[in-house]
Unconditional design. Structure first.
Length: 203
């Protein structure tokens, strides 16, 4: 009941989202009035300091971006680290387009989106939106930071989590259990596809 068919043309995007990073210019965007509109540049990305929220991308490498689709945006803006992309940008308050060249780089995709102490100053809160290849490391780092702030107990929010790598889930749960506890198991049509995951006693 938890399996879906992923069309071949979406496989690369799905895999990329769970790798924990991609190579591109690093923007969050929407398509408004038929143009790519920057919601915000990702902090520390190649776009940080070059593009502003509200900027509209009118041309990409000299080609019109009018009525571009989301899939086309990914194909045109993402690319190998070190490669360049030229953007013609409409910015509020300016009469002429800005011509900006951005050098693509590796962009991290964070899965721990929020971490803070709640009002009682002893309960930590973590929001995780996926289980990517970097999630367990992000989780450990976030928990250690909250401990230094006085955390005594932890609330992990996965209500809108899109799923991901089972191994990463197991690593996280393993931190809370004594050794030998069954964490999860999988069962398939073939016996050699069956897996049982047990805690290692790291807790």
């Amino acid at each position: 009941p938890h399996s879906i068919f992923i069309p071949p043309d979406r496989v690369d995007n799905i895999n990329e989202s769970f790798k924990g990073n991609f190579e591109g210019i690093g923007i969050e965007f929407d398509i408004l009035n038929d143009y790519i509109t920057v919601i915000s540049p990702i902090v520390g990305s190649p776009s940080d300091g070059l593009l502003n929220p509200g900027d509209q991308l009118i041309k990409i490498d000299g080609e019109s971006a009018y009525k571009i689709t989301r899939d086309e945006v990914f194909k045109k803006l993402r690319g190998p680290k070190g490669s360049k992309v030229g953007l013609s940008v409409a910015r509020a308050g300016l009469d002429e387009l800005l011509e900006i060249t951005i050098i693509r780089d590796k962009i991290p995709i964070y899965s721990v989106l929020a971490k803070f102490l709640m009002d009682d100053d002893s309960t930590g809160y973590l929001l995780m939106n996926r289980f990517s290849a970097t999630t367990s490391n992000e989780f450990i780092t976030a928990v250690e930071e909250l401990k230094t702030q006085g955390m005594k107990q932890l609330l992990v929010d996965i209500r809108y989590n899109s799923g991901g790598y089972l191994d990463e889930v197991v690593k996280i749960i393993d931190d809370f259990l004594p050794g030998g506890e069954k964490i999860v198991y999988t069962r398939g049509r073939l016996k050699n596809a069956n897996e049982d995951y047990f805690s290692t006693g790291k807790a």
